[in-house]
Design a protein around this ligand. Structure first.
Ligand SMILES: CC(C)(COP(=O)(O)OP(=O)(O)OC[C@H]1O[C@@H](n2cnc3c(N)ncnc32)[C@H](O)[C@@H]1OP(=O)(O)O)[C@@H](O)C(=O)NCCC(=O)NCCS
Length: 177
């Protein structure tokens, strides 16, 4: 997995910056040391306690397929995703967050397109994600990004839990972005 991401980055695909709306925001591949600054902001950015959904293992083991966005060195956004080690066709986005001051400028779209390109270049054909039904912003964002949105799935993560599932096919065009 790491070597795929490394090849993709060597090809220059990982050094993109956002040029149109948020010209000062730069994207780079995450490193394990990004964990603490991400964990420190997620409850604030989500507006509810969510840090327990992002244990350190995600940055330790999936940093090569995750992205950090920075504006003048400050955290502007991030995407935590991975290529499924068990399902060769699948990629999964666990968490995406954008600083409230950088929202609605296309940053999450850029983070997703970068991940789509990485996953499609590895031959993955489908990307999925989940969210809580209360997260209407996330549901609107994923619908806008071309994901199908399921009805709420009761018991998804055990008794009493409810989640919405998102899925989007990946095509060679995603790899070419
Ligand atoms: C959801 C989130 C990541 C979107 O980030 P963003 O950078 O503002 O999103 P983008 O600007 O790339 O939006 C792309 C499209 O998604 C849709 N969208 C994004 N935010 C939306 C909102 N609050 N309401 C409705 N549609 C929205 C729009 O169609 C938008 O395109 P437009 O701005 O041209 O209309 C951000 O609001 C966030 O960090 N929220 C808190 C964390 C969270 O809920 N993460 C997702 C669950 S893991």
């Amino acid at each position: 997995m790491v070597s795929v991401a490394a090849r993709w980055l060597e090809a220059g695909r990982g050094r993109n910056t956002i040029g149109v709306v948020t010209h000062d925001v730069k994207l780079r591949t995450a490193v394990p040391g990004d964990y603490d600054r991400i964990a420190a902001v997620v409850d604030d950015w989500w507006g509810r306690p969510v840090h327990h959904i992002l244990p350190r293992l995600f940055l330790d083991h999936f940093h090569a397929t995750s992205t950090v966005a920075e504006a003048d060195g400050d955290l502007a956004g991030f995407l935590i995703g991975f290529l499924s080690p068990s399902l060769p066709d699948a990629a999964y986005i666990h968490f995406v967050g954008v600083h409230p001051g950088h929202r609605r400028g296309g940053l999450a779209r850029e983070l997703y397109q970068r991940f789509f390109a990485l996953a499609a270049a590895d031959g993955r054909t489908v990307v999925s994600a989940i969210t809580s039904p209360v997260n209407e912003r996330s549901i609107a964002f994923h619908a806008a990004m071309g994901f199908t949105v399921t009805d709420p799935v009761p018991g998804y993560d055990g008794p009493g839990d409810v989640k919405v599932h998102f899925e989007r096919p990946l095509t060679p065009a995603d790899a070419a972005r």
